[in-house]
Design a protein around this ligand. Structure first.
Ligand code: C5P
Length: 223
């Protein structure tokens, strides 16, 4: 289950983020850098985490006109991250532009492009959007997967098949606080419903003992 857990480094200080990465060594292989950490510390934080042998999901959730997203996707690709994402509400042309920007830069660098994911609906929102249709649009336009609540994973998996990646944030073990998240599931439910990766932030990063919380979550995922 180790390679299915992504820890969200939602910090403003470089030291706090790197402390968690070091603390979870051997337990977690992939870390998520979001807008808080990236805008506080700059792109250098990505290489500092990579130096510690970890994979990176750069979660900047692009949403803009196609040309702007294309150029930003080129830049993200040059940072050598493993995954990045965009809002599916940006539409087909924006998705295709992101892919072509990323592929162009990857070709120049002689490597594969990062996996690109679409954000369906934020797990902090309760509105009833059609997550499955959005996921179908993501697949038809060449994306590698989506980010969705574990509550929707079963249906997405059923409609989109086994090779389409499903990342589930909004994970809350029974013993953790809900915070601002609404459409939540436990680590066990997310895996059972077909998540390829579960994204966990505060239940680990705000725990008294983050390593112990991670071990507990990995156990629940295995169950
Ligand atoms: O602390 P918590 O476990 O709620 O963190 C969840 C993480 O997943 C946050 O970094 C948040 O930005 C991210 N995320 C989310 N919902 C999405 C996409 C990403 O909560 N749809």
């Amino acid at each position: 289950m180790k390679n299915k857990l992504i820890v969200a480094l939602d910090f403003s200080r470089r030291r706090e983020a790197l402390k968690i990465v070091d603390n979870l060594k051997g337990l977690v292989e992939t870390f998520k850098v979001g807008i808080q950490l990236f805008t506080s510390c700059g792109p250098k934080i990505v290489s500092e985490i990579k130096e510690r042998d970890a994979n990176i999901f750069l979660d900047l959730k692009f949403l803009d006109i196609p040309n702007t997203v294309e150029k930003a996707s080129e830049a993200v690709t040059a940072l050598d991250v493993d995954f990045f994402d965009l809002h599916l509400s940006g539409g087909k042309e924006m998705l295709r532009s992101a892919i072509s920007g990323s592929e162009r830069r990857a070709r120049q660098l002689g490597k594969n492009r990062p996996r690109i994911l679409g954000v369906t609906v934020l797990t902090s929102q309760t509105d009833n959007f059609d997550v499955v249709n959005l996921s179908m649009m993501a697949k038809e336009n060449g994306l590698d997967g989506v980010i969705a609540s574990g509550l929707e994973a079963t249906e997405i998996r059923k409609k989109l098949g086994k090779d389409f990646l499903i990342f589930c944030p909004g994970i809350r073990p029974s013993w953790a606080k809900k915070n601002d998240q609404k459409r939540i599931v436990t680590p066990e439910e997310a895996i059972k419903n077909g998540a390829d990766y579960v994204i966990v932030g505060r239940p680990i990063t705000a725990a008294k003992n983050p390593r112990e919380a991670t071990e507990r979550i990995l156990e629940e995922m295995t169950a």
